[in-house]
Design a protein around this ligand. Structure first.
Ligand SMILES: [Ca+2]
Ligand SMILES: [Ca+2]
Length: 508
């Protein structure tokens, strides 16, 4: 049974190795472009031709500016002639609006644009309709109102069918995926692979800058494309407009790794690489010469910046933020790794510690007494030390509790005394009417004076009083009554005032 299993596993591995072997890739520099130094002095891009509103810069080709109703395209001068290939394009689609239009397309078609074309016929994202080959569309605008744009999709045409814009090609595409590709900090990258009649479109939606970050948008089997075709990128704007930039396009041909022509391919590759290197050197020389001739030219500024040719200030800041976040992310990952390492070490130490007493017990036979005593002594000592520490902590806590209790008693005592003082004060304040001996004495003196005055008046000889003949003179009885009323009022006022003072004191 196990032999059968091993045999089947071996067979499975052989099958995997036979079919899973990656194709050989060969870079096609005549079907590729990439900045910097993209344009030559005569504003042409080597091996490429651009049409319509497209404009080539040093770091990329602006297929359309963000203006209404613009169309542009860029096409390879040479044909891609291989039955397996991979095209990777770096694009930037940016606009101020929440919605953009119309979109962009990457082409592999039998025919291409020419200078004699009527611009009105370029109705499919800036290129001609009824194409023969493949178009991978980045459709920004939602024509059919299904809320499924921006959308990336592939449409294969045999040269007979008109593209249906009104339905956003929903019945014509062979696969697609919903991806927001507008206004991203990094270039949006589309990788189209055609090999063994299988078409795979992978996407990086411009949130990371890592070279290998791609996710599959769609895969389609049994796709038949022309044996050779031009490679192109086109774009169009409508009532709404975005900048559509093609930053680079890299083409590789894919070859069967087991084919006999591998040796010849290597030789060819070396030759092409040599040619490419010579070409690059030539470009660098031309650039240096240009810089010497035009030392103040703005072009020099762009040379120091990496792919920033089309970037505004905001995009640059966004990109810096994303770079910073990437760095933080990396640092966090590194920290996480170190923490894992530490945890691993700690576990190792713990497991070793645990194994020490167990080993002693499992040993079974009584160890030599000295060694046994030493080990036991060590372990006991560790335990005792720990017990001491715990005891000390407990003692500290107990003494702290005691101190807290004492503090509580003291506070209660102080509170009691304060309350006693308060109540005493209240009592004193309550008896305020009897408390004012000085005032009473004064009052008594005044009353005495009044009484003396009254007595003096009463003791005066009657004859000296010249009463008027009329009854208007003050009678003695009336005067005494008035005096008593005044006395009662004064006493009442003093009692009232002392009560009020006592009440006021209570509040403080
Ligand atoms: Ca559309
Ligand atoms: Ca739609």
């Amino acid at each position: 049974m196990s032999t059968l299993f091993q045999l089947s596993l071996l067979f499975f591995c052989l099958v995997i190795s036979a079919f899973g072997q990656a194709p050989k890739r060969r870079f096609e520099y005549k079907l590729s472009f990439k900045g910097p130094h993209l344009v030559q002095r005569d504003n042409t891009v080597p091996f490429w031709e651009y049409f319509g509103d497209a404009l080539a810069g040093d770091e990329g080709i602006r297929i359309t500016p963000s203006l209404r109703s613009k169309k542009g395209s860029v096409w390879s001068k040479n044909k891609l002639e291989n039955n397996g290939w991979e095209i990777e394009a770096g694009l930037r689609i940016a606009g101020r609006g929440r919605i953009g239009a119309d979109g962009m397309a990457i082409w592999f078609t039998e025919n291409r644009a020419s200078a004699q074309d009527d611009p009105n016929t370029n109705v499919v994202f800036g290129a001609a309709d009824k194409w023969n080959g493949l178009g991978v569309f980045l459709d920004s605008f939602d024509n059919d109102g299904q809320h499924n744009n921006p959308y990336i999709m592939g449409v294969v045409n045999n040269g007979q069918v008109s593209y249906d814009h009104q339905s956003d090609g929903s019945n014509q595409h062979i696969g697609g995926c919903l991806r927001d590709f507008r206004n991203k900090p990094f270039p949006v990258r589309i990788k189209i692979e055609y090999y063994n009649n299988m078409l795979t479109v992978r996407v990086n939606n411009g949130l990371t800058n890592n070279a290998n970050d791609f996710e599959i948008c769609f895969t389609a089997m049994n796709v038949v494309l022309p044996a050779s075709g031009y490679v192109g990128i086109s774009a169009a704007t409508g009532g709404l407009a975005d900048d559509h930039d093609a930053l680079y396009l890299l083409t590789h041909t894919l070859h069967d790794p087991t084919a006999q022509t591998a040796q010849i391919s290597d030789a060819e590759r070396e030759k092409f690489e040599r040619e490419f290197k010579q070409y690059q050197e030539e470009l660098d020389r031309a650039k240096q010469q240009y810089q010497q001739e035009h030392p103040d030219d703005r072009m020099n500024q762009y040379d120091d910046e990496d792919g920033d040719w089309f970037q505004g200030q905001n995009e640059k800041e966004l990109r810096q933020i994303f770079d910073g976040q990437n760095m933080i992310h990396q640092a966090l990952r590194e920290m996480g790794r170190k923490v894992d390492e530490l945890v691993g070490r700690q576990e190792m130490v713990i497991s070793r510690l645990n194994s020490m007493p167990t080993g002693q017990q499992v040993g079974g036979q009584p160890p030599p007494p000295q060694v046994g005593q030493q080990q036991g002594g060590q372990i006991n000592m560790q335990a005792t030390i720990q017990r001491h520490e715990v005891d000390r902590v407990l003692n500290n806590q107990n003494s702290l509790l005691q101190q807290l209790g004492e503090l509580k008693y003291t506070i209660a005592d102080v509170q009691q005394k304060a309350m006693a003082i308060q109540s005493q004060g209240g009592q004193r304040a309550g008896g305020g009417a009897l408390q004012d001996p000085i005032a009473l004495h004064e009052f008594k003196d005044k009353m005495n004076n009044v009484a003396n005055d009254v007595r003096t008046l009463l003791n005066r000889p009657q004859g000296q009083v010249q009463c008027p003949s009329t009854g208007g003179c003050l009678s003695t009885t009336f005067f005494l009554i008035a005096l008593v009323v005044q006395f009662v009022l004064t006493i009442g006022y003093m009692v009232y005032r002392s009560n009020r003072d006592a009440q006021a004191k209570k509040f403080y």
